[in-house]
Design a protein around this ligand. Sequence first.
Ligand code: CP
Ligand code: NVA
Length: 260
Amino acid sequence: MVFEKQSTRTRVSFEAGIHQMGGSSINLTRGDTQLGRGEPIEDVARVISRMVDLVMIRTYDQSIIERFADFSRVPVINGLTDQYHPCQILADIYTFIEHRHSIEGRTVAWIGDANNMCYTWLQAARLFGFKLHVSAPSGYGLDPERIAKGEEVHLSVFDDPMEAAHGAHLVTTDVWTSMGFEDETDERKKDFVDFQVDEEMMALADTDALFMHCLPAHRGEEVSAEVLEGHQSVVWDEAENRLHVQKALMEYLLLGYQSA
Ligand code: CP
Ligand code: NVA
């Protein structure tokens, strides 16, 4: 496991899962390794992947993990990049299915920054056939270049977050400032002030709507304490499910199952 950014859930869930399945893990940060002294990622990939069975990387730009994967002999798992967070969305969808059966045909409202989580929800909407509503402050929305042709089948964009939440079966949000964007924190606090998921917003969603947040959460910013701790919130199940889905993912990658 290579962590170039901080982590609690990803680190603990992968490490616990690997140990529970009888494996062992090695945790590296950029500073621990020759990467920190400029060794090319392609060289590190060729070396590490001769010694281990799986690699998990949390890093900055998506191109870093893709360059690593291109030169790796073993599967490489994305543990979060600036652009995507697939392990989290696997856990989120599993959590939705656990509580509400199928996600197909349902509506998921994404409120806030169109960040790595938001783009991964969009990938999932394509695969699982649900509708994604996205509402972000001006200047923080989806990049049209990252939206595929015909995407409006499962994507609707709203200026007003209340409209995006209307009738949704799942309302979800994330921090206003993701890792790597800390210099923008003060400006973002002003720009996102109308984008808090609170009880008023949840009241507009479906009566059985769930609330999710990948965590860590900032109560009183992107979500009110009442919603985070409220009866519609499944954030603790969502965090626990990181462990279960990642164990399944690692088994799938190691054993090469083609179907369940
Ligand atoms: N949700 C999530 O990925 O948490 P960590 O940053 O703690 O790993
Ligand atoms: N969007 C957040 C997710 C943290 C798990 C970030 O990238 O910091």
